[in-house]
Design a protein around this ligand. Structure first.
Ligand code: F3S
Length: 276
């Protein structure tokens, strides 16, 4: 069986930047997981003593804290600063951008619609910057239930699919006097998605590597699955099953934006050991 890695995969600019910041601040803690990859978080703890503070209460007074790539809510940031320790911002600039847009548009009186998952940390953070009405939706059905005023500003979670965002835009534009649309979807996500789609169309099996909580890895998996039914989302080599590969000719590999190269290499190594 041949193994082919997607032309674009794995770590994006924002994640590389956040890991570098964490490595440059040994002994600090991160408020919430720095990135959505447990194995990399364990490595940062082991090699750089960067620990995880799950909640604000876990942050020790006066200790240095790194803000994760997805950002944190505005109130949490204020409380963190009150603790008196150094606050080191590793929020991805592509996440800071929708935070700023939401803050400004909200101040200007627009109702804010965010195309994204209300439970995702990035969206919780972005929503917190609104000073007026703000809604996060994932479908047209959810949009239909909202009572929006005439002026609406729209942003998207960085990892959403553009085709789905286009449907939200197409729904809102004819129904409102003014719709301000901001394309806040991240290019790194597009590049990995396009390359995964290209490979999944040719592969008999796709292995999509990334944290189970990682939204962009889940998106990659959904794209792969629509072209290659035998697509599996795994986080570590222990999840691989030899039977998956029986009779397959081409195994495609892709990985989410927070998946480190060493995990990808481990997984490819284990697939090769199967000798199928
Ligand atoms: Fe940032 Fe895009 Fe990565 S939003 S964290 S560069 S996927």
């Amino acid at each position: 069986m041949e193994i082919e890695v997607a032309k674009s995969y794995g770590f994006c600019f924002g994640v590389k930047r956040a890991i570098k910041i964490a490595e440059e601040n040994p002994g600090s803690s991160t408020l919430g997981p720095l990135i959505h990859n447990n194995l990399e978080i364990e490595r940062l703890k082991k090699d750089f003593d960067v620990s995880l503070a799950t909640t604000l209460e876990d942050v020790k007074e006066g200790s240095a804290t790194v803000i994760r790539t997805h950002g944190i809510p505005k109130n949490d940031l204020a409380k963190l600063k009150e603790k008196g320790g150094e606050v080191i911002d590793a929020t991805c600039p592509f996440v800071t951008k929708p935070q700023q847009i939401v803050e400004q548009m909200s101040e200007e009186g627009y109702d804010i619609v965010i195309f994204g998952d209300v439970n995702h940390p990035e969206i919780k953070g972005v929503m917190s910057y609104a000073s007026g009405p703000v809604f996060a939706v994932l479908s047209i059905e959810e949009l239909q239930k909202l009572h929006l005023r005439e002026r609406v500003a729209l942003v998207a979670q960085t990892t959403r699919k553009i085709e789905e965002y286009n449907r939200v835009i197409a729904y809102l534009v004819p129904r409102h006097k003014e719709v301000r649309v901001f394309n806040t979807i991240c290019n790194a996500t597009f590049e990995n998605q396009d390359a995964a789609r290209d490979l999944a169309q040719r592969a008999d099996i796709m292995i999509v590597i990334g944290g189970k909580q990682s939204s962009n890895t889940k998106q990659l998996h959904s794209i792969c699955k629509s072209h290659c039914p035998d697509s599996y989302h795994i986080e570590s080599k222990e999840e691989l099953q030899k039977e998956w590969f029986a009779g397959k000719k081409l195994c495609g590999i892709t990985a989410g934006a927070s998946t480190p190269e060493w995990i990808i290499e481990e997984i490819i190594g284990k697939i090769r050991e199967f000798k199928v």
